[in-house]
Design a protein around this ligand. Sequence first.
Ligand SMILES: Cc1cc2nc3c(=O)[nH]c(=O)nc-3n(C[C@H](O)[C@H](O)[C@H](O)COP(=O)(O)OP(=O)(O)OC[C@H]3O[C@@H](n4cnc5c(N)ncnc54)[C@H](O)[C@@H]3O)c2cc1C
Ligand SMILES: *[C@@H]1O[C@H](CO)[C@@H](O)[C@H](O)[C@H]1NC(C)=O
Ligand SMILES: *[C@@H]1O[C@H](CO)[C@@H](O)[C@H](O)[C@H]1NC(C)=O
Ligand SMILES: *[C@@H]1O[C@H](CO)[C@@H](O)[C@H](O)[C@H]1NC(C)=O
Ligand SMILES: *[C@@H]1O[C@H](CO)[C@@H](O)[C@H](O)[C@H]1NC(C)=O
Ligand SMILES: *[C@@H]1O[C@H](CO)[C@@H](O)[C@H](O)[C@H]1NC(C)=O
Ligand SMILES: *[C@@H]1O[C@H](CO)[C@@H](O)[C@H](O)[C@H]1NC(C)=O
Ligand SMILES: *[C@@H]1O[C@H](CO)[C@@H](O)[C@H](O)[C@H]1NC(C)=O
Ligand SMILES: *[C@@H]1O[C@H](CO)[C@@H](O)[C@H](O)[C@H]1NC(C)=O
Ligand SMILES: *[C@@H]1O[C@H](CO)[C@@H](O)[C@H](O)[C@H]1NC(C)=O
Ligand SMILES: *[C@@H]1O[C@H](CO)[C@@H](O)[C@H](O)[C@H]1NC(C)=O
Length: 597
Amino acid sequence: MPFASLACISTLLLLFSSLHASSSAASVGRALLPGQCRSQPGDSTFPSTSQWAALNASVDGRLVTAVPTAKLCQNNGCTAEDWQSSIWRAALPGAMNSNNWEQDYAGNSSMCLLTVNTTTCNQGRVPLFAINATTPAHLQAGVRFAAQHNLRVAIKASGHDFLGRSTAKDSLLLWTQYFKQKTFSDNYRIGNKSYGSTVTVGSGVGLRDLYGAAKVEGKIFVGGTAYTVVAAGGYSQGGGHSAFSPILGLAVDNAVQYNIVLANGEYVEANEFSHPDLFWALRGGGAGSWGVITSVTYKTFDIFQATIHQTVIRTNTSTMSGQLMAAHARHIFDLDDLHAGQYFYLSGTPTNSSLSLSTLVKGVSGSTLIARMKPFLDDARALGAEVLPEITVTATPNEIIATADFGIESVVAGAAATAPGEVLPFQDDVSGQNLILGSRLIPDAAYRGNVDHFGTAVTEILKSGVPGFLGHMVSGGKVAENANLSVALTPKWRTAKTHMLLSQTWLDSTPPALVEQIRHNFTFNSMPLLINLTGESDSGAYSSEADVLEPNYQTTFFGPNYPRLSTIKSKYDPNDLFIVGAGVGSERWDAAGMCRK
Ligand SMILES: Cc1cc2nc3c(=O)[nH]c(=O)nc-3n(C[C@H](O)[C@H](O)[C@H](O)COP(=O)(O)OP(=O)(O)OC[C@H]3O[C@@H](n4cnc5c(N)ncnc54)[C@H](O)[C@@H]3O)c2cc1C
Ligand SMILES: *[C@@H]1O[C@H](CO)[C@@H](O)[C@H](O)[C@H]1NC(C)=O
Ligand SMILES: *[C@@H]1O[C@H](CO)[C@@H](O)[C@H](O)[C@H]1NC(C)=O
Ligand SMILES: *[C@@H]1O[C@H](CO)[C@@H](O)[C@H](O)[C@H]1NC(C)=O
Ligand SMILES: *[C@@H]1O[C@H](CO)[C@@H](O)[C@H](O)[C@H]1NC(C)=O
Ligand SMILES: *[C@@H]1O[C@H](CO)[C@@H](O)[C@H](O)[C@H]1NC(C)=O
Ligand SMILES: *[C@@H]1O[C@H](CO)[C@@H](O)[C@H](O)[C@H]1NC(C)=O
Ligand SMILES: *[C@@H]1O[C@H](CO)[C@@H](O)[C@H](O)[C@H]1NC(C)=O
Ligand SMILES: *[C@@H]1O[C@H](CO)[C@@H](O)[C@H](O)[C@H]1NC(C)=O
Ligand SMILES: *[C@@H]1O[C@H](CO)[C@@H](O)[C@H](O)[C@H]1NC(C)=O
Ligand SMILES: *[C@@H]1O[C@H](CO)[C@@H](O)[C@H](O)[C@H]1NC(C)=O
């Protein structure tokens, strides 16, 4: 994590080295005491070249060095298109989609940056080595080696993580991008219980790939609006929302089984019969804290026809933008009977701002949807806002989810809203920016009654320096009906009407001290304005699209489930091998996950 104090780590290292003189070969490692650290280069206990070579041999020669993207570009050259491509990044063990997570702002080993001329390229927060795993045995070998040598580990599928959790300084990366299984079943059984139609998907398969394969089978699953986000990686452990969640529920509501390598090196199935406590934790208990997933089995549904409605609403004063958001809030329940999903995002400048709307509904015609959108759009026009031409497309959800993509990252750049027009499936996810998010689940109750203050709050948020404001109407309906499912996901999802997120960005040339100020302002000045909209003192947020510096993450991300998650963590990972920022158990560790507090 970015703000670890280097001086502190060095002091602790001295203490640690003396305590770690004899490294036993115990395959499950051991717990560190407060003040002790993971083994780092230069430490006498750090694996020797021959030990790394032995690991390499045990994983069929699949140990690779992890290179920061900027260093790779400096050495090998790369294009601006490469830099911004999530597909390019997904194939690189050292790459994160938001490159700020590769950077070590707090340490004195910042990596070089593509857009800033530097002479040295250091490793930053990028792992040292990665296992390019294709079998559970590769991951088991990696887990055992890390435990034996007291190494910091990181787990990565795509590198999309908005909290920087899939990379860690001086770590061994367990990389699952090449688990490419896609197995459809008409009647999936565990023991003698039948789960009907499912897909078992490897923890390297991107959503776009899976939508295509599911369409061929005549099926849809609960997936997000993204190209390379991995259905069986962070998406699932966070909860997993979709524009069709109001009809189908969240991803975790439909997960039937996880295949996972545990901290002790065992490879197990977690389902309602086998390791049911772990199965509970994996469904919403936060990404990267439980083990290394190789596949998830999800229920699938028969494909159906759905319609997407898109438009852009332009405003030219911040007051008008605020009034527009208040009008949007007043109409938030208009499509409840249709179980509609919607993405809405406000971007631009105060004098030229755009609200982009994508509304997705099952089994409704384009003309019906246009009629149902009319009351809100008429109110928008009455405020003096300009409503651009509306478009609708009717197709399978597999196809239309692709057209709904606004590119969350583009909000950050203050990019123009997507103008409606020709509908093209998106070809990639925008990457290669310095990007952080913060979010809140806005309860249904907050929208009942007078919502004029939504407008004031949005205006204040934009004034605080946040370039974009992205709302998701992806709950209610089936998500609320599933309230009694026993999963680790915060129950705030079940009473939420929207999931709203703010974003912040900075240039590569921004000095580290200023980055720290920008982040501080985001967390402590801008986020409270969003939190206020919840009207709650114990508000909740979606852990996969959130701020890693969230002050009270235990409650905010996991609510009343945190104590049970802690207990399950101690059972399955007693030595905290799998520690991520703002994840279960991370309160025992420094921000880098390197040293025990
Ligand atoms: C363009 C874009 C669109 C998005 N749209 C949606 C959306 O519509 N709905 C939604 O819910 N979310 C969405 N997200 C958020 C997404 O769910 C998270 O970023 C998620 O963490 C990505 O998971 P990943 O495994 O692909 O990423 P990674 O960065 O590889 O990993 C994310 C986290 O999962 C852990 N992890 C990865 N692989 C494994 C594994 N095999 N075993 C155990 N842990 C693992 C990592 O350690 C890390 O903590 C979107 C993100 C982006 C960038
Ligand atoms: C691992 O072994 C393979 C095959 O021998 C080799 O090509 C590769 O460079 C080795 N990896 C590392 C990190 O040395
Ligand atoms: C960081 O490294 C530079 C160049 O090696 C050196 O001049 C500087 O003193 C270092 N700063 C700290 C805080 O260690
Ligand atoms: C980097 O170097 C190039 C060529 O020397 C120069 O044109 C450019 O302005 C430099 N960029 C920065 C940010 O200093
Ligand atoms: C990882 O393994 C896959 C599958 O064997 C291969 O296609 C890919 O090139 C490898 N990537 C790296 C960086 O080693
Ligand atoms: C299914 O298996 C369980 C446990 O093995 C058993 O108790 C139950 O009777 C079985 N049910 C059927 C329908 O076979
Ligand atoms: C603001 O937008 C409205 C509607 O598009 C337009 O009529 C008006 O002229 C604009 N005002 C300014 C100052 O640009
Ligand atoms: C407003 O922003 C849109 C989208 O960025 C742009 O196309 C348009 O030219 C801008 N209008 C003005 C008056 O700046
Ligand atoms: C959940 O269970 C409780 C207690 O049985 C019940 O009162 C409530 O209606 C259920 N909620 C839902 C959404 O089914
Ligand atoms: C942080 O917020 C303070 C107080 O609002 C402001 O004065 C300062 O300019 C902001 N700093 C940055 C880097 O945005
Ligand atoms: C929170 O919102 C209320 C309106 O609901 C407003 O009166 C109050 O000033 C806001 N508080 C903060 C700290 O923004």
